[in-house]
Design a protein around this ligand. Structure first.
Ligand code: CA
Length: 300
């Protein structure tokens, strides 16, 4: 059975969300997953339009993008960078975020209509916290969600890698929500520590091959912190891959219990009654990079 997937992103502040959403569309088109919907978690005005543009680029403009309509969060961050030019260069369904549906409604509606859902979070956990705090939201998750994948936390004791920053960016930029979510989640939850993403640079091959005709290439080659070959660290593409594809690239260590302190530092302790897992790479970083770049290049 192919996985039903919901992808929640903070696309806009970093460009690897573009590669991650492209990957989700590519896996959907290969019928490896069923991408049910996309939700966007910041108050950025252009990130959600780029999400729609990516879906449309891959002929999936029927996949709904919901936007965060709660308290204002990271509104202006780095929008001049790649989201504005990319949203102007590629067509998308809506003219502005005001016209788009509320992420909370999209999440609830999608969960009500589907079973065995995998939710993947590659930004802050605002939409997930809002869903859990809403009436019936937690029950919906417990009934409908098989697993949650989160790009977040630092677990260098498990990955064996340096660079798993503590406190980690995604969790500590919306700390109240992260603590709320981590303390209450009862379904299987898998953390992807940023240290693996830091070892894997992707995007160069798609940029080299397609130039500005390709939305991934267009965004990556305009991102302010890109590498010289237009590649970027792969935190989010790795999280999407690990959440969608069951193969031997990654291993889920666990079960156990994850705790988060009031500064956002995370700890994992093995416990057979726990519901948390942490990702560890099983294959070389070169192999992971090649697999992700192969998909990005083949996908179009
Ligand atoms: Ca992200």
């Amino acid at each position: 059975m192919i996985k039903n997937v919901i992808l929640d992103t903070d696309l806009g502040s970093d460009v690897d969300d573009v590669g991650a959403l492209a990957l989700a569309n590519i896996l959907h088109n290969k019928k490896a997953i069923n991408l049910l919907c996309v939700t966007h978690t910041t108050s950025g005005l252009y990130g959600p339009l780029v999400c729609e543009a990516i879906n449309q680029f891959y002929h999936n403009d029927n996949i709904v993008v919901g936007v965060h309509k709660g308290k204002e969060f990271l509104k202006e961050e780095l929008e001049n960078n790649y989201p504005i030019p990319t949203s102007k260069a590629f067509p998308h369904k809506h003219k502005s975020v005001e016209e788009m549906l509320d992420a909370l409604e999209v999440l609830k509606d999608t969960l009500k209509k589907n079973d065995h859902v995998t939710m993947i979070f590659i930004g802050q956990l605002l939409n997930l916290a809002n869903l859990m705090k809403s009436e019936g939201g937690e029950e919906l998750i417990n009934q409908k969600v098989d697993a949650i994948y989160i790009m977040g936390g630092g677990f260098s004791d498990i990955t064996g890698l340096p660079g798993g920053d503590q406190p980690e960016y995604n969790l500590c930029t919306a700390l109240e929500e992260s603590i709320y979510v981590i303390n209450r989640l009862k379904v299987k939850t898998v953390f992807v520590d940023g240290s693996i993403g830091l070892k894997v640079l992707t995007g160069a091959r798609v940029c080299q091959k397609y130039g500005d005709s390709h939305i991934v290439s267009y965004a990556y080659s305009r991102y302010i912190y890109r590498e010289k070959d237009n590649s970027r660290f792969s935190w989010d593409p790795i999280t999407v891959y690990a959440g969608c594809v069951e193969d031997n690239l990654f291993e889920e260590v666990g079960p156990g219990i994850v705790t988060i302190d009031d500064k956002g530092n995370t700890t994992f302790k093995e416990n057979r009654n726990g519901n948390f897992y942490v990702i560890k790479n099983n294959e070389s970083f070169d192999k992971i990079q090649n697999r992700l770049d192969d998909l990005l290049v083949e996908g179009k």
